[in-house]
Each structure stands twice: as structure tokens, then as C-alpha cells.
Design a protein around this ligand. Structure first.
Ligand SMILES: NC(=O)C1=CN([C@@H]2O[C@H](COP(=O)(O)OP(=O)(O)OC[C@H]3O[C@@H](n4cnc5c(N)ncnc54)[C@H](OP(=O)(O)O)[C@@H]3O)[C@@H](O)[C@H]2O)C=CC1
Ligand SMILES: C[C@H]1O[C@H](OP(=O)(O)OP(=O)(O)OC[C@H]2O[C@@H](n3cnc4c(=O)[nH]c(N)nc43)[C@H](O)[C@@H]2O)[C@@H](O)[C@@H](O)C1=O
Length: 329
């Protein structure tokens, strides 16, 4: 008989995924989910299943169970969540905690009921303590206080990691969790107040160019450091981990490099062609001073990010300009 500890040993080459099995991408229209869907299509998966939140509200437990019983997916990527930038998280902590806990518990319980073979849960680098030593290793989890602007969301994500580990221990199912750094790419949320920093800056600087404005004001001091990963790289890492990692520890996913918000703003301004002034509204929160991930566990499985930050920003600006009308609605 194997002990729980033996079952939890890391296997670097779990069985390759069957391209003809039913594969459910929860949140398939979001930034990450849509990139995962494109990646899986490219890899030859022929039976992808996705539902919008209007078609299947994952906070509804009965509907979630009915969906899993009907489709019986063999594989799942859980990329459905309530997601937002620093101000959305700070303003709506109840929603970020409650909705995310409900989505996760329902999906993970329903997946357990039909014995989903491989499942990837997506957390976030904000699960780590606000002042974790840099770069942040996976074992920094639960070693200190969280960043107050996103503690509610982080607690929900930590509960998800623990639920995946518990399913591994209790049922022996080889489910895994990935902790992405800050992400960006096509299909992102470009809402001026609710979005993350990169889409917010793309929209703001693009608008300044279009209107001829000579001054742009960003939030905070510009000194916090962030690590940014393109959503296509994230999607590639999701498939890679499902095929090459089987262990209880959540895996950090990022580039391993960070820059200041000011540097990100300068790059966005340069890419969109803005040459006016930039000021900083220090009445807005900075959030965590730095959250650079240690990605050595991921690298040990043979994966590295491919998209450089400037190239990723250029692609995102091009996408935004092509889709600006629908995005700005
Ligand atoms: N964006 C980022 O910088 C980061 C994201 N992550 C994590 O990655 C995952 C994906 O994030 P991201 O793609 O950016 O988020 P998005 O907001 O772009 O997409 C979220 C998706 O979740 C779906 N969803 C939300 N609520 C429900 C619900 N009640 N029922 C069914 N579906 C629902 C939405 O469906 P619909 O569109 O149909 O409403 C949408 O497709 C999340 O777990 C997030 O925490 C982690 C680190 C950074
Ligand atoms: C992914 C991650 O995302 C969030 O944490 P965050 O990293 O702090 O996210 P952010 O991208 O919103 O901000 C990064 C920095 O950028 C500055 N900043 C400047 N100007 C704008 C601006 O216009 N918009 C935003 N949003 N930020 C701006 C801002 O003041 C901050 O210093 C959490 O939701 C958390 O839960 C989470 O998982």
C-alpha cells in the first residue's frame, strides 16, 4: 500500500493526454481560458468543451454538477474566476472571496464526483506574503501576512490549492495547481477602473495619442515591481504542466524577471507613440512592492517563457487597436 507521502512524490512525466478525450476549459472566453483553448486546438484536442457564465454559472452547484455528469470530462483547466486589478480587488473583497470560493468548490467537487483524471487549478502569485523574500519560492506559501488590497482573493486561491492537495491525498487523483504571475494579452479586460495595470496603460496611452493629450496620469508611485507574462505563454505552460508535472506543490509560472511600473509605462508609451508627460497619482495604492517568482521548479520540468515584454506589449497594442471599438463599449 502506498502512503499519502509516496502518492505525493513528483512525477515529471505523467502519461501524455489523449487528444480525443473530452477536455473542459472553465472560463474559455477569458484572457487565460481563450489562450488555453487556442493552445489545445493547436495541439490537436478534438473534443473541447466550454460554457460562458451565462450558459453555466459555476457558482450554481446543481448546474455545475449536472454539467459534469452530462459531459464527464477527462481533463479540466479551471480558468474561470472573478478577476480584476488592484482597485477592483480592494473595492469588492466580499465578491472576490465568495464568488471564487464557490466557483472552485463547485468545480473541484463536481470534477471529483466524476473522477476527472487530470485537472489544473489556476491560482495567482498574490497568494504569497506581501513581503516574501524575492524571488518568491513555492514554499513561501502561508509564511506571512498577505497584501491587504487582495487578501480576500488570495485566501480564496489558497483554499483552492489546499483542496487540490487534499484530493491528491484522499483520492489519489493526480491534480495540480499553477500560480501565474501578472498576465496580459489579447482579450484582456481593458476597463479603466477594473483592469490590471498593463491593459489600463495600453488604453490610457492609446487614448492620449488619439485625443492629442499632453499629460497622462497613472496610479500609485510607479516604483512597485511586477513580473508580466503573455497569456499565450501561460497557456503553453498549462498544457506543459499537465503533461510533465504531477506533484502536490503549486508551481510558479512566470518569466522570473520583473520591472518597475514606471518602466512598463515608458514601454507602453513608446510602443503607442506617445511623447507627452506622465505623472503619478500617489493617492492610489501601490499594492505589493515586489512579487518576482522563483520559476526554477517550472524550469526543471523543461519549460521557459518565450515572449519578451516589449514584443508582448507590441502584440497587445496591435490587438487592442484592432478591437478597440468592441473593447471600449
Ligand atoms: N489576469 C491575470 O493577470 C491573472 C490571472 N490569474 C488567474 O487565471 C485565471 C483566469 O484569469 P483571466 O483569464 O485573467 O480572467 P478573465 O476575467 O479574463 O476570465 C475569467 C473567466 O471566468 C469566467 N467566469 C467568471 N465567473 C464565472 C461564473 N460564475 N461561472 C462561469 N464562468 C465564470 C468568465 O466567463 P464569461 O466570460 O463567460 O463571463 C471568464 O471567461 C483565474 O483563476 C485568475 O485568478 C492568475 C494570475 C494573474
Ligand atoms: C494579478 C494580480 O493583480 C492585482 O495585483 P497587482 O499586481 O497590484 O495589480 P495591478 O495590475 O492592478 O496593479 C499593479 C501596479 O500598477 C499600478 N498601476 C498604475 N496605473 C494603473 C492603472 O491604471 N490600473 C491598474 N490596475 N494599476 C495601475 C498599481 O498602482 C500597482 O502598483 C491583484 O488583483 C491580485 O489579486 C492579482 O492576482
Amino acid at each position: 500500500m502506498t502512503t499519502p507521502d509516496e502518492r505525493d512524490l513528483v512525477r515529471h512525466d505523467p502519461a501524455p493526454l489523449d487528444r480525443d478525450a473530452v477536455f473542459y476549459v472553465a472560463g474559455h472566453r477569458g484572457l487565460v481560458g481563450s489562450a488555453v483553448w487556442r493552445r489545445l486546438e493547436r495541439a490537436g484536442f478534438s473534443r473541447l468543451v466550454g460554457r460562458t457564465s451565462a450558459e453555466l454559472d459555476l457558482t450554481n452547484r446543481d448546474a455545475t454538477f449536472a454539467f459534469f455528469r452530462e459531459h464527464r470530462p477527462r481533463y479540466v483547466v479551471l480558468a474561470a474566476a472573478k478577476v480584476g486589478g488592484i482597485m477592483a480587488n480592494a473595492a469588492y473583497p466580499v465578491d472576490f472571496l465568495s464568488e471564487n470560493v464557490r466557483i472552485q468548490v463547485n468545480v473541484l467537487d463536481a470534477a471529483r464526483a466524476v473522477e476527472v483524471e487530470r485537472l489544473l487549478f489556476l491560482g495567482s502569485s498574490c497568494i504569497y506574503p506581501r513581503l516574501a523574500p524575492q524571488p518568491i519560492t513555492e514554499d513561501a506559501l502561508l509564511t506571512g501576512h498577505l497584501e491587504p488590497t487582495n487578501d480576500a482573493y488570495a485566501i480564496a486561491k489558497i483554499a483552492g490549492i489546499l483542496q487540490v492537495q487534499a484530493v491528491r491525498r484522499q483520492d489519489g487523483l493526480p491534480w495540480i495547481s499553477a500560480m501565474p504571475t501578472n498576465l496580459y494579452g489579447p482579450g484582456d479586460n481593458f476597463s479603466p477602473t477594473g483592469s490590471h495595470v498593463l491593459p489600463a496603460l495600453v488604453r490610457r496611452y492609446d487614448e492620449a495619442v488619439r485625443t492629442g493629450a499632453r499629460e497622462v496620469t497613472n496610479w500609485g508611485s510607479g516604483t512597485p515591481r511586477r513580473e508580466l507574462l503573455h497569456s499565450d505563454d501561460m497557456a503553453d505552460a498549462c498544457l506543459h504542466l499537465l503533461e510533465h508535472y504531477d506533484g502536490p506543490v503549486q508551481v510558479n509560472v512566470g518569466t522570473g524577471e520583473d520591472v518597475t511600473i514606471r518602466e512598463i509605462a515608458e514601454t507602453v508609451a513608446d510602443v503607442v507613440g506617445y511623447d507627452g508627460a506622465t505623472t503619478w497619482d500617489t493617492s492610489m495604492p501601490d499594492g505589493t512592492p515586489q512579487k518576482r517568482l522563483d520559476v526554477s521548479r517550472l524550469r526543471a520540468t523543461g519549460w521557459e517563457a518565450r515572449t519578451g515584454l516589449r514584443e508582448g506589449i507590441e502584440r497587445t497594442v496591435a490587438w487592442y487597436r484592432e478591437h478597440a471599438r468592441e473593447v471600449r463599449r
